[in-house]
Structures are given as C-alpha cells and as structure tokens.
Design a protein around this ligand. Structure first.
Ligand SMILES: Nc1ncnc2c1ncn2[C@@H]1O[C@H](COP(=O)(O)OP(=O)(O)O)[C@@H](O)[C@H]1O
Ligand SMILES: [Mg+2]
Length: 350
C-alpha cells in the first residue's frame, strides 16, 4: 500500500495524532501506517491510522492465519466497521484472493444476527480486504486468554447463539469448517456471532475436505478425511465449549499430529470429571456434541438448540439427550441429498 494513500487519514494532522481515549497528542512521524502505537498517558493500544477507500482504520482488533483485522470508521454512514486485510507476509496470490472471496461470498449468503455480516470486499493496491460488521467486545479466544475460563451461563448462551448462526448457514447448505474460540466473537451484550468463513464449504457445490483448521477442535471424521457435515461443526463447538469451561482443549499434545491422534484413540473426556462445579446437564450436552461417531451426536441443530434452551430455562432433564431420535427434518435432508446424488449419477451416465 502506498504511504501517501494511507497517511491521508484525517486523524493525523502534521504527523501528530490524538489518542482515541484521552486525547494526548502523539508524534507519529517516524511510524508506518498501521504500526502499533501505545498512548504513554492512558496506555491505550492503537495503530497509526490508515485510510482504505473511505474507511479510516484506527485500531487493531485481532489476527488469524489469513488476515489482520482493524476497527475502522465509515464516515458516510457514521458507524464503525471491521476491516480484514490479507496479511502482508502472505503474497496476494490468485489462490489467496480466491480464499478470501470464498469467505466473503459464504458469509454474505447468510443474514442472521449470530453471523457477522459482510458489507463488501475489494482490493487495495493488490491487497484484498473484507469490510464487515464489528463485534464490539472481543473474541472468545481473547476472553479465554485474559480470564482462563468463562462461567456456565455464558457458555450456554454462546452455545445457543453459535448454533443458531450455524443453523442459518446450514439452511444455505453451508458448513463453517473452523469453529474455534478465535472465530466466535462476543458483543458487549454478551451475545455470540460466528466469524471467519475462510474454510467454509457449500455442500451443494460438492467441495471436498482438503484443508484443516486448528487441530484442537477438529472432528475425527474430518481429520480422517472420511466425511464432513454439519455435525463436524457441532463437534468443534463442543470442543470449544469444553475449552471455555475447563481452561484447556479436550485433547492436548506437543504437535498437531499428537492432538489428532489422541482425539482418534482416547475416549471423549467428560467435563464434569474435570470441573466438578459445573452442572451434570451441561457436561452431558457437551459430551454428546463431542461423540466420536457423528451418528451419536445431535441429529439436527433444532434438537441441540432445544436442549440448550431448556437447560438455560432450568427445565432440561438429565439423560434426555441420550434418547433423542432422528427428526423429520434430518430425514428429509438426507433423502434429498441422496436424490441429488442419484440424479447426478444418471446425468453422468447420459
Ligand atoms: N468482525 C469483527 N469484529 C471484531 N473483531 C474481529 C472481527 N473479525 C475478526 N476479528 C478479530 O480478528 C481475529 C482474526 O479474524 P479472522 O476473520 O478469524 O481471521 P483469519 O481468517 O486470519 O483467521 C479474530 O480472532 C478476532 O479477534
Ligand atoms: Mg480465524
């Protein structure tokens, strides 16, 4: 990106910048755009502001394997947005562009309160970016890093919110593929939103399992490359909830391979045994989500959400999730995809 474009940010006057919290004036003459900068007075962490199109980027929000995300101001609509820029160290190859485009399209296909909305995407001086809704508190990963764990009530709310977001995605035949604490964003009101559809797959496009996210929460059938469906996301959410309550991932190891090998060989751990203070009911629901065989997990998001909602209102009966049977919707969806397979075979044959 070119310096002139970035330094044309209206927050910088004569290479001086006012702290966004306390107004202390800082000299940013020797800094590059988007360099981290700390206010010596109130210790607020900022970045040297930069301008991307109409947006004023002014605070670092987080980063992942693909992108760095900044808080930015939309001066026209007078609201904050989040801007994900492909990391500078990753060359913006056509493959990277396709990945980001895939992410933006996948998330943009969903309109739901528990999924981060995508506003637009583009390229600035060869570097792709996505403009999206901001989750104004932190990622679950940030919270776990600061606090170690969260309480059961928040974990239940997060479960319900994330599953509602994932259910909306699944209605578009989309599975997320990388549910983990860093991809669950929390708002100030304590509600969760699903972010980062970078590894998402549209089932109707018949995309194959080809890339993995982090090994800690990956479903066994996915690491073995056997199959993948919405229940793999349920497993990853179970692993995430386990981590959020226990303070560590369900299976740990020195290397990714070791973690995956444990998840394939060892029995599913029970939260209640590690954290005796949590309810047996919550432990049971997380245990069901994390069953090694996908058929032993919930059959639908509706079932799982109902169980967690009952738990939230205090009417969940211990043991009832073990008796769940496949619902009508799950059956219909299975039949439909079988029909699709048959008709594509017929067409291939022709
Ligand atoms: N819309 C957003 N609002 C607030 N913070 C965000 C937002 N999107 C991402 N972040 C922060 O940036 C981090 C990386 O974003 P993510 O989309 O997961 O990037 P990557 O594709 O590189 O993993 C997240 O873990 C979170 O901390
Ligand atoms: Mg991510």
């Amino acid at each position: 990106m070119n310096q002139e474009l970035l330094f044309s940010n209206s927050r910088i006057k004569n290479r001086q910048l006012a702290c966004i919290e306390c107004g202390t004036v800082l000299d940013v003459g020797s800094f590059k755009p988007l360099d981290p900068i700390f206010c010596p007075n109130c210790k607020t962490e900022m970045v040297v502001p930069a301008k991307l199109g109409i947006y004023d980027l002014y605070r670092f929000l987080g980063e992942g394997a693909m992108g760095r995300v900044y808080l930015a101001r939309d001066p026209v609509l007078k609201r904050d947005v989040a801007v994900k820029l492909l990391r500078e160290d990753l060359n913006a190859t056509p493959k990277m562009w396709t990945l980001l485009e895939n992410e933006a399209k996948a998330a943009a296909a969903i309109t739901h309160n528990n999924v981060i909305h995508i506003y637009t995407m583009g390229k600035v001086l060869g570097r792709p970016y996505i403009i999206m809704e901001v989750a104004d508190f932190a990622s679950l990963d940030d919270i776990l890093e600061d606090e170690g764990t969260i309480d059961e009530a928040l974990a239940i709310q997060i479960s319900i919110d994330v599953m509602k977001g994932l259910r909306a995605a699944y209605k578009n035949e989309l599975i997320h593929g990388d549910i983990k604490p860093a991809n669950i964003l929390i708002t100030h009101k304590g509600r969760a939103k699903v972010a980062d559809f970078g590894l998402a797959r549209f089932l109707k496009h018949g995309q194959q399992v080809e890339r993995w996210g982090t090994p800690y929460y990956i479903a066994p059938e996915k690491s073995e490359q056997i199959s993948e469906d919405f229940r793999s996301d349920l497993y990853s959410l179970g692993g995430t909830l386990f981590h959020a309550i226990a303070g560590h991932a369900p299976f740990e190891g020195e290397t990714g391979e070791e973690v995956i090998s444990k998840s394939l060989k060892q029995t599913t751990p029970q939260l209640k045994k590690i954290c005796p203070d949590i309810s047996g009911e919550f432990s049971e629901l997380v245990f069901k989500m994390m069953q090694r065989n996908p058929d032993d997990r919930f059959w639908s998001y509706d079932q799982a959400i109902t169980c967690f909602e009952k738990l939230q209102e205090g009417s969940y009966v211990l043991g009832s999730c073990k008796k769940l049977k496949m619902g009508k919707n799950a059956k219909r969806r299975k039949t439909k995809s079988l029909m699709q397979k048959i008709s594509s075979l017929v067409m291939d044959h022709d």
